[in-house]
Write a protein that binds this ligand. Structure first.
Ligand SMILES: *Cc1c(COP(=O)(O)O)cnc(C)c1O
Length: 424
């Protein structure tokens, strides 16, 4: 085959670049990744990226291409769409957008006029920048009104959502989060949107894998449009945002992606996503997602035992948001200290955070990546204890050096992708 042994050939032609890939693989193996938005794509989900479909221009959609030679590309795209429809039980699928962020921009352009009102969750309370942050396209082109969390429960304040919808009469209500450990009440969002004649957009970029496995509720019955990424809990590679919507919105949304925002689709990535969707229907996949949930619960429990405060006092998903200030002054310092011992995380604002975004008081942690490597509850608890010990001893170089050794030893016991999760 044309691509056979391609890495060997690159090694001899461009050893500098080949070495960076080898080193990155080693870095991913030697460290413990707790970044909630990262995962290790399965070799199946990643497998067809860079295949010969990368050569094919398939501008347009399977029903209407602008170049010849698309017969096989059409089959690929139609299979991807059909599998995603089956997996989520939705009416219409667009698989051409390059990311979840671009998907959201396309939805706004398809369904709203500039200056229309969007009601969405505040970035600092767990929302996403593409839901109307002032520096993003969505925030510049529309009138954005934002809801947040109830201060006591640290869960989404649905009464505020209702009240703001009544007061501002938005054309669109957006739900879906990036750093929120609890479930979103899609049913209630749907009712509020319906009552006020607004479109409901549910962005499930984070929990999509748990939804695909049927372990947490899906927004499909309630939302007009659902957008997602493919690389977080879903466990595919990055790229190819997926849009799912009601049939009657399909045409408008398709044309907002192409020709409204993009040119020809990435057919090799679409082929890889078709494999990913097939993989998502297997028993191995469902078992993986259950383990993601169990590991997140164990992570939350162990962190609490170490004296850390968790936002909303725990998790119902793959994600935990920690207030680090019992042990270390800021999220920034926590991220840096943990990185120095090989635990990879990201600082994150906590609700009503008194510190700025660049400093922050929290860490966002997630179980998907370590679960992919095969970590079980006891391994996750071990990881949580190492993390808390590093934070407690952030000024003690000797102890940090010791922890670094332990992290490398623990990480070294696991492959990048556990064999038990490989669908057959
Ligand atoms: C991560 C995330 C996105 C962005 O996904 P990309 O594919 O990286 O653009 C969009 N929305 C939410 C809620 C996210 O968490």
């Amino acid at each position: 085959m044309y691509l056979e042994n391609s890495f060997e050939k690159i090694k001899s032609f461009d050893p500098e670049m080949a070495q960076l890939v080898i080193d990155e693989e080693q870095r991913q193996l030697d460290t413990l990744c707790l970044i909630a938005s990262e995962n290790y794509a399965s070799p199946l989900a990643l497998g067809l990226e860079g295949s010969v479909f990368a050569n094919k221009n398939a501008e347009g959609y399977p029903t209407n291409r602008f170049v010849a030679g698309c017969e096989l590309a059409n089959k690929v795209e139609n299979i991807a769409i059909e599998r995603i429809r089956e997996l989520f039980g939705c009416e219409h699928v667009n698989i051409q957008s390059m990311s979840a962020t671009i998907s959201n921009v396309a939805i706004l352009r398809a369904l709203l006029k500039p200056g229309d009102t969007i009601l969405s969750m505040e970035l600092n309370q767990g929302g996403h920048l593409s839901h109307g942050a002032p520096f993003h396209y969505s925030g510049k082109m529309y009138n954005v009104v934002q809801y947040g969390l109830n201060k006591d429960t640290e869960e989404i304040d649905m009464e505020q959502v209702e009240h703001l919808a009544k007061e501002h009469k938005p054309q669109m209500i957006i739900c879906g989060t990036s750093s929120y450990p609890r479930l979103v009440d899609y049913k209630r969002f749907g009712e509020i949107a319906k009552e006020h004649g607004a479109y409901m957009l549910a962005d499930i970029a984070h929990p999509v894998g748990l939804i695909a496995a049927g372990l947490i509720p899906s927004p499909i019955p309630y939302a007009d449009v659902v957008t997602t990424s493919t690389h977080k809990t879903w466990r595919g590679a990055r790229g190819c945002g997926v849009i799912m919507c009601k049939k009657e919105l399909g045409k408008k949304i398709d044309s907002a992606i192409f020709p409204g925002l993009q040119g020809a689709p990435k057919m090799d990535m679409i082929a890889a996503r078709a494999v990913q969707a097939k993989e998502s229907m297997t028993p191995e996949y469902k078992a993986y997602q259950q383990s993601v949930l169990d590991n997140a619960a164990a992570l939350a429990d162990e962190l609490k035992k170490s004296g850390l405060r968790l936002i909303s006092n725990g998790t119902s998903t793959h994600l935990v948001l920690v207030d680090v200030r019992e042990l270390i002054p800021s999220g920034k310092q926590a991220e840096d200290v943990l990185a120095s011992v090989g635990i990879v995380t990201n600082k994150n604002m906590i609700p009503f955070d008194p510190q700025s975004a660049n400093v922050a008081s929290g860490l966002r942690l997630g179980s998907p990546a370590l679960t992919t490597r095969g970590f079980e509850e006891e391994d996750i608890r071990h990881t949580a204890r190492l993390l808390a010990k590093a934070l407690k001893n952030y000024q003690d170089e000797d102890i940090l050096e010791e922890i670094k050794g332990e992290v490398k030893e623990l990480a070294g016991k696991f492959p990048m992708f556990a064999d038990k999760w490989l669908a057959r």
